[in-house]
Structure formats: structure tokens, C-alpha cells
Design a protein. Structure first.
Length: 253
């Protein structure tokens, strides 16, 4: 009608920021940040990249910090939908890849159910990048042709765990455990109980893609004690398998 101002349709873009180093943000992710009206970001996203947003953009911290500030997922979903319905270009800026243990699928479903246009820009997953930066390839010719990624957010005996730890122990190849530092001792013990040889090589990489990266190596049997003695803290990734023994020269230094 004459006199009415058309409101352009908003959208939500789920952007994977990678493991923390701004250099590992994709070109597409950077473009989305520069075009955004609103950015809802996690504390594990490369927050230095927020300097690339345009003047006047609204930046909202919705991180979930262990034993710290928490933003409920339904509140995040509601904000994404509200801003998009107001016509904003909304970026949900997350660490790693949105669809790898990142609740990106849940946010996609919430937006789609509300009729809000949504798309994803995948990121470099910390499951792959963390070990690589520490000089640990997840596959290597003549060593292993497969890798498995599991969540250690809850322990093996927790009723909320859906990981088949016996199957993981028997698979062979490389095992990558995300969010498993708190439950590392229980996870390693469960893998050994499931048939994994206790002498299987293992390493934990903390603060990958930062200047503070630390690597502790051992075996499935000895790693939990070594990690505890070293005082490693989250975020951390544990890699289990023969590839840990490759120790590529110059990597992780």
C-alpha cells in the first residue's frame, strides 16, 4: 500500500569460526560477519574477528562457560528468531563447525520451524584442526585409514551418554574425544575395559590454535594422570591411536 515502508526479510546465518585462530575463519564466514546487523557469539569463537563487523552492529555474548555464565539454548533460539523477524541479518558465530557437537542443527530447526530463512557456513572443526596443529594427523598412510569423533561431555556411565564405548574401543583407527577433559580418567578406563590395549598411544591438546597451546602425551593408561599433573584445562581435545606416535617435526612448537 502507498505510504507503507517495506521491511526487508531477515535471515540467520550459522557461521563456524574454526578452532580459535582468526586465520582459520573461512572467507565466507568473514563476509557474513562484515554484512551482519546482529552477531550472537560464543566464547570459543575467534572473538578477535568481531572487529571486522560494521560500525553499529549489535554484538551479543551468548557463550556457555563451564561453571560460569550460561545462556539457555531456548533463549539463544528466541533471539535469533526475533532479530531476523525484525529484518536483521543475524549471524550465529560459533567455534569450530556448527554441526559438529555445536547445536547448530537445533538452531537450524528452531529457525525453520519459525519460518525464518537460515543457512550455514561450515567452519574448520576443532576435532580435525586441534590435532593437526599439534602435529598429529588423524589418518596416515600405513598407520590408519579412519578416525572416530565422540563427545566426552558426560562420562561413559552417565545416563545421558549415547556413545557405544565398547564399539569405539574395538573400532581401531584414531579416536578423537571432544569436551572430555573432566571425564578423561573414566573415558580411558572404559576404553580399556572395552578391549582397547592400555598401551595405546594417546595425547591431549589444550588451547589449540592459540599461543598457549599445550600437548601432553602418554598412553590410554597413563594419560589421565599426566594431564592432571600438567594442570591442563579446557578447551582440550584428546587423540587416541597410533598416529600420536608420529610426532611430526616442528609441529606444535
Amino acid at each position: 500500500m502507498v505510504g507503507e515502508v517495506a521491511v526487508r526479510p531477515g535471515e540467520v546465518v550459522l557461521v563456524g569460526g574454526g578452532p580459535g585462530d582468526p586465520d582459520l575463519l573461512t572467507v565466507g564466514g568473514l563476509k557474513a560477519l562484515r554484512e551482519a546487523d546482529v552477531v550472537l557469539y560464543d566464547h570459543l569463537a575467534p572473538v578477535a574477528c568481531l572487529s571486522e563487523t560494521r560500525p553499529g552492529a549489535t554484538l551479543i555474548d551468548v557463550g556457555k562457560r563451564p561453571r560460569g555464565a550460561q545462556t539457555a539454548q531456548h533463549d539463544i533460539d528466541a533471539q535469533l528468531i526475533r532479530y531476523a523477524r525484525e529484518g536483521a541479518r543475524v549471524v550465529r558465530f560459533k567455534g569450530g563447525d556448527p554441526f559438529v557437537l555445536g547445536r547448530g542443527g537445533e538452531e537450524w530447526q528452531a529457525c525453520a520451524a519459525a519460518g525464518v530463512p537460515v543457512r550455514v557456513i561450515p567452519g574448520v572443526s576443532s576435532a580435525v584442526a586441534g590435532p593437526a596443529l599439534a602435529g598429529i594427523p588423524l589418518t596416515h598412510r600405513g598407520v590408519t585409514q579412519s578416525f572416530t569423533v565422540v563427545s566426552g561431555h558426560v562420562g561413559p556411565d552417565h545416563p545421558g551418554s549415547t556413545v557405544d564405548w565398547d564399539a569405539v574401543a574395538a573400532l581401531g583407527g584414531t579416536v578423537v574425544v571432544l569436551m572430555g577433559l573432566t571425564n578423561l580418567a573414566a573415558i580411558c578406563a572404559r576404553l580399556v575395559r572395552g578391549g582397547m590395549p592400555p598401551e595405546t598411544l594417546a595425547a591431549t591438546v589444550a588451547d589449540a590454535a592459540t599461543d598457549h597451546m599445550r600437548i601432553v602425551r602418554g598412553t590410554v593408561e597413563t594419560l589421565p594422570g599426566a594431564v592432571s599433573a600438567a594442570g591442563l584445562q579446557s578447551p582440550a581435545i584428546t587423540v587416541i591411536g597410533a598416529v600420536v606416535g608420529l610426532e611430526l617435526a616442528g609441529a606444535g612448537s
